[in-house]
Design a protein around this ligand. Structure first.
Ligand SMILES: CC(C)(COP(=O)(O)OP(=O)(O)OC[C@H]1O[C@@H](n2cnc3c(N)ncnc32)[C@H](O)[C@@H]1OP(=O)(O)O)[C@@H](O)C(=O)NCCC(=O)NCCS
Length: 145
């Protein structure tokens, strides 16, 4: 963690963040996510949810991300990712804490996450951070544009 810089994620981080997400197992890389992760959509997301998404930088290299936002009622955290060679150093925890603080400052105290089936590392991490499994079934539908 020494020399690691944590700062708000900006649209300029899109390419590095995208590269990290789509080269990391445990992060959904399906076609629907791919089509949602365009630079335009990230800009919309950051505009709707200012000050809630963060990145970790080791020098110039982006090694961690978290996207967070809310709908006025629930907070949601997405795209928590730490580069494989930088794990177990507290980066993931710090990124989540920054997003939780920002959600709290916006009056949000109920925060949800999605974990892919079979992502045991992810589950172990979230459990450590106090997230409780509420065994919901998640479904999604794609709307043709
Ligand atoms: C999950 C992930 C973000 C964790 O990042 P990280 O920087 O290694 O996590 P931290 O070092 O902050 O760990 C925080 C705590 O979780 C624990 N932890 C982290 N990874 C763990 C694992 N694989 N198994 C068990 N515990 C784990 C740490 O030991 C630490 O516990 P402590 O605070 O008691 O010491 C990282 O493994 C990752 O990017 N995984 C792939 C993508 C992914 O699954 N993201 C989550 C999608 S829902």
């Amino acid at each position: 963690m020494k020399n690691m810089i944590f700062r708000e994620l900006t649209i300029a981080d899109h390419e590095s963040a995208h590269n990290l997400w789509y080269s990391t197992s445990g992060v959904c890389n399906c076609d629907k996510c791919m089509s949602a992760d365009t630079v335009e959509n990230l800009q919309k997301y950051l505009t709707r949810n200012p000050g809630m998404s963060f990145t970790a930088l080791d020098g110039e290299r982006l090694v961690g991300t978290v996207l967070a936002g809310h709908d006025g009622r629930n907070g949601m955290i997405y795209r928590l990712t730490v580069a494989e060679d930088c794990r177990e150093r507290g980066i993931g925890r710090r990124l989540v804490e920054l997003s939780l603080d920002a959600l709290k400052a916006n009056g949000i105290n109920n925060v949800k996450i999605f974990v892919l089936n079979g992502n045991e590392e992810g589950n172990a991490f979230w459990e450590k951070l106090g997230f409780m499994d509420f065994s919901a079934k998640a479904s999604s539908r794609y709307i043709e544009m």
